[in-house]
Write a protein that binds this ligand. Structure first.
Ligand SMILES: Nc1nc2c(c(=O)[nH]1)N(C=O)[C@@H](CNc1ccc(C(=O)N[C@@H](CCC(=O)O)C(=O)O)cc1)CN2
Ligand SMILES: Nc1ncnc2c1ncn2[C@@H]1O[C@H](COP(=O)(O)OP(=O)(O)OP(=O)(O)O)[C@@H](O)[C@H]1O
Length: 182
């Protein structure tokens, strides 16, 4: 199956999960994240503000934003830029995503951990995104630990990989913790 066929398949599967189920599964994913050392020792965490079909981050952002520095991406033409999340300071951007309006950071090397959404991930840490290449371009500029998060049905044995795709170090679903490097 190629990338666009896979996206179609995942989109259909996403409709079979209720909001209640999504909330329960998202809580599981983020309680796993709270237990892993890469999160515990991180000061600066790049998260995402979830869309309705993604692992839900809203409560997690609220819970942690005063204890750690939480950063969120925003779409700037063909690239993602990063801003610090400040409570309540969000504005709907391109694609209907709530984006931060706080101070912009240029130095991505200060980010300790990035938590990445995806349409699907595989056991090697490969990621299938929404097909715009935004995260691929951002992640290759970042040296820090990268965790992909998804629901169980989004974790696949293999997904097609292209040269520009950037792999995760770990993938977490409610039922699986995949360490992607040997
Ligand atoms: N919550 C969240 N924030 C994110 C991303 C994401 O995937 N999730 N991004 C990850 O890159 C960036 C935004 N990229 C996005 C790219 C496409 C679509 C989207 O809705 N695409 C439609 C098709 C729209 C079109 O082609 O015009 C779709 O998937 O149905 C959304 C976000 C930055 N912020
Ligand atoms: N590092 C890069 N530099 C330039 N173009 C890139 C880069 N990475 C990806 N692209 C372009 O982005 C397009 C979409 O790539 P792909 O289908 O892998 O996106 P994706 O990872 O699924 O999406 P996203 O990262 O936005 O969630 C491709 O046509 C590719 O040419």
């Amino acid at each position: 199956m190629n990338k666009s066929e896979l996206r179609k398949k995942i989109r259909i599967l996403k409709h079979s999960v209720s909001l209640e189920q999504k909330k329960t599964e998202s809580n599981k994913v983020f309680s796993i994240i709270e237990s892993i050392p890469q999160f515990c020792r991180a000061t600066n965490v790049l998260l995402y503000h979830s869309l309705p079909d993604e692992v839900i981050t809203h409560e997690f952002i609220q819970k942690w934003h005063l204890k750690k520095n939480i950063f969120l991406p925003y779409v700037d033409n063909d690239y993602l830029q990063v801003r610090k999340y400040i409570s309540g300071e969000l504005k709907t951007g391109k694609f209907g995503i709530e984006e931060p309006t706080g101070p912009e950071i240029n130095n991505l090397s200060n980010i300790d951990l990035v938590i990445v959404p995806g349409m699907a991930f595989d056991m090697k840490g490969n990621r299938l995104g929404r097909g715009k290449g935004y995260y691929d371009k951002l992640l290759r500029k970042m040296r820090c630990y990268k965790i992909g998060v998804c629901y169980n049905f989004q974790l696949l044995e293999n997904i097609p990989v292209e040269e520009h795709d950037f792999p995760m170090d770990m993938v977490i679903s409610p039922m699986n913790i995949i360490m992607c490097h040997d």
